[in-house]
Every structure is written in structure tokens, then in C-alpha cells.
Design a protein around this ligand. Structure first.
Ligand SMILES: [Zn+2]
Length: 186
């Protein structure tokens, strides 16, 4: 992971000015993790998790589109940078388990999800921000509208968080899918 940062610094792709930070030409801010946990807990009270998911999805689409335009990256380079960004931004070690460009599907694992660890135990998967990031970046990689469901989460006792990305219509109509994408699909 330090290699990535080293590479970015050497290529002058991380810019740290007082009050203004950019990575690969795009502005970023560093927030305490508790910001997102507090926001999610507030939204859970009103059944509004969709706000987090769709916001992260739109932000990721914009981030990956920005990389594509300003750095002339190929799709495989974009996928690599998308995954690397998730990891070095501190969300947990992100790994691609399966990637199928033709059928527009992917399965990813996030090990030691920092968000889930800080959130604590839960009956349902909690990594809605990451679902949104993966869905939004998937929309650019696959040039289609895809969504993401977290099928396993360490907050529910799993050993790893698992995310499935595919076209919205291809998700089965299960209770889990309804909970995570239900608000969007109605
Ligand atoms: Zn999780």
C-alpha cells in the first residue's frame, strides 16, 4: 500500500497544499470515521439508508469518471485505481474475487472493514457507503447502471465483508436485496 502512495507522490499525483488536498487531480477531504457512523445511525432511524448508498454511488461515478477523463486510463487501470483508492483511503483492504467485464458482474471482499469494526454488531450488513462506492465505480467500468449488495458483513459475524456488483435487474428478489436496494427499486 505504501508503494501506491510513493508512486503517486513521485508522479506528483498527491498534492498537499495548506487547506487543499488532491489525489490524481481531484479534491478530497479527510474525515474522522465517526462522521460516517453518526450520519448512518441518524439515517437508520428514519429508514433512509438509501441516502447514504445513492450519495456514495454518485460520488464514486463522478470520481472514476474524473480519473478516466483527466488521466486517460483504460478500464483495467480504472478498476485497479478504484480498488486501491478504497484501500488507501482507509476503508479496509479491498480485493477483487471475481470480475467479469462481459457480463458486467463483480464480487469483491473487504477485509477488516474499518467502518464495520467501528460500527459494531448488527443484524444486517452495515457497509452502505462501500456498497455505494462499488456500485458507482461499477457503473463506469461496465458502462451500465449496476448496483451493489453486501452479502456478508463482519458486523453480522462473517469473516470478511462480501459485495456483489451487477445489473439491478439481475438481483434476486430476496429479503436482503429488498433491504439494501428495495427503496430504489419501487
Ligand atoms: Zn461489512
Amino acid at each position: 500500500m505504501f508503494n501506491i502512495i510513493k508512486k503517486l507522490m513521485m508522479a506528483r499525483q498527491i498534492n498537499l497544499e495548506e487547506g487543499y488536498v488532491t489525489i490524481l487531480g481531484q479534491p478530497v477531504v479527510i474525515q474522522p470515521l465517526t462522521t460516517w457512523i453518526t450520519l448512518q445511525r441518524k439515517l437508520e432511524k428514519t429508514n433512509s439508508i438509501d441516502v447514504i448508498y445513492t450519495t456514495a454511488k454518485e460520488a464514486a461515478t463522478s470520481w472514476i469518471m474524473g480519473l478516466k477523463k483527466s488521466n486517460n486510463m483504460t478500464t483495467s487501470q480504472l478498476v485497479e485505481w478504484g480498488v486501491n483508492t478504497m484501500s488507501f483511503a482507509g476503508w479496509g483492504r479491498t480485493e477483487i474475487v471475481n470480475y467479469d467485464q462481459q457480463n458486467k458482474r463483480a464480487i469483491l471482499h473487504i477485509r477488516d472493514s474499518t467502518f464495520a469494526k467501528a460500527y459494531g454488531r448488527s443484524e444486517d450488513p452495515v457497509d452502505h457507503i462501500k456498497r455505494g462506492f462499488l456500485a458507482g465505480s461499477g457503473c463506469v467500468y461496465f458502462n451500465d447502471n449496476v448496483d451493489c449488495v453486501e452479502t456478508k458483513c463482519i458486523s453480522c459475524g462473517a469473516g470478511v465483508c462480501e459485495f456483489v456488483v451487477k445489473r439491478t435487474s439481475e438481483f434476486e428478489d430476496s429479503a436482503l436485496v429488498k433491504k439494501q436496494l428495495g427503496l430504489k427499486k419501487k
